[in-house]
Design a protein around this ligand. Structure first.
Ligand code: ADP
Ligand code: FRU
Length: 294
């Protein structure tokens, strides 16, 4: 069991299940509605918890009922928020999600009105308590300083960074990670149509760093720090019912694999297996994480 520090956002997800994706201006009745705790780093910690690891989430919470809801939901997954910052102003980031029961697609409209986690809050954390540091690639200047601090204070602490969306200056984070988890969305935003070609180009600029890129229903690519490329086909479930959090699950499985000493291709296979399982069930409770780990 390892202790993982996750830096990023936690959200309130309001999920409407529908039987088809609506067209603009349509009026549609949802089949069901749920209000859950979401957010990439928080979701990744929740899956890591099912794989036997202990997560601490560090991000920003409001001190109202919504903030308390998120805190309670994190606690219910065994995730601590000892280092979270609580603010008396702002609103919890909220995602309005339309989940299509016909194909499991999830369409997210996200609203935020809350300051990001600042460097000072991170600097107060004793990093000696952790075996892994995972951060979302957002709030670039502060995150860069956090990663620099971790590299200087605890160089042996592995650092993974999720690069999900293009953001100004985000490349400054790349050389500060040991493992970069790119999304297909990010790769395509750089003009690349092909995951292997994208990673080959990134590897030229970033030798010595493990690079991974999920490619949705096709699977995932990786290039290890020595330049060996890998592709793992997706593991589709019997029926795709919910792809919300597939990427967060995939990232958790890669981190879990590396924590357990798996080589990158094996960790990639583990990632696709677990993320595929996730797509076959609603929510983030995976049916057989113990089997999935095997
Ligand atoms: P997200 O959009 O949630 O960030 P991706 O779509 O890139 O994440 O998916 C991450 C991983 O989840 C993929 O590499 C793949 O292994 C798995 N995955 C995603 N969609 C499917 C699917 N339809 N069937 C099987 N596996 C999937
Ligand atoms: C899923 C997710 C949701 C959240 C959104 C934030 O990957 O973390 O839980 O609302 O993405 O971008």
């Amino acid at each position: 069991m390892a202790a993982v520090l996750g830096i990023g956002i936690a959200t309130i997800d309001i999920i409407n299940d529908v039987d088809h994706y609506p067209h603009e201006d349509e009026e549609l009745r949802a089949l069901s509605q749920q209000r859950c705790r979401g957010g990439n780093a928080a979701n990744t910690l929740a899956v890591l918890g099912q794989l036997g690891h202990r997560g601490q989430w560090c991000g920003v919470l409001t001190n109202d009922g919504d903030g308390q809801f998120v805190r309670d939901e994190l606690a219910a997954c065994g995730i601590g928020c000892d280092h979270a910052r609580q603010l008396a102003h702002g609103r919890m980031p909220t995602s309005y999600i339309t989940r299509n029961r016909a194909n499991g697609s999830r369409t997210i409209v996200h609203y935020r009105e809350l300051p990001e986690l600042d460097y000072a809050c991170f600097a107060a954390i004793d990093l000696a308590a952790f075996d892994w540091l995972h951060a979302e690639g957002r709030n670039i200047d502060d995150t860069r300083r956090m990663l620099q601090r971790a590299a200087a204070r605890r160089p042996q602490l592995p650092r993974s960074v999720e690069i999900e969306k293009p953001r100004p200056g985000i490349a400054a984070l790349f050389p500060l990670a040991d493992l970069l988890l790119f999304s297909r969305h990010y790769a395509q935003a750089t003009g690349e149509r092909d995951g292997a070609a994208f990673l080959a180009r990134m590897h030229e600029q970033l030798p010595g760093i493990d690079l991974v890129c999920g490619w949705g229903e096709h699977g995932a690519y990786a290039i290890d720090r020595d330049g060996r490329g890998h592709f793992q086909p997706a593991c589709p479930p019997p029926q795709v019912v919910d792809t919300l959090g597939a990427g967060d699950t995939f990232n958790a499985a890669i981190i879990d694999g590396r924590l357990r000493g798996l080589a990158l291709p094996q960790a990639l296979a583990h990632g696709c297996r677990l993320a595929g399982q996730k797509c076959g069930v609603p929510g983030l409770r995976l049916p057989s994480t113990v089997e999935a780990r095997a």
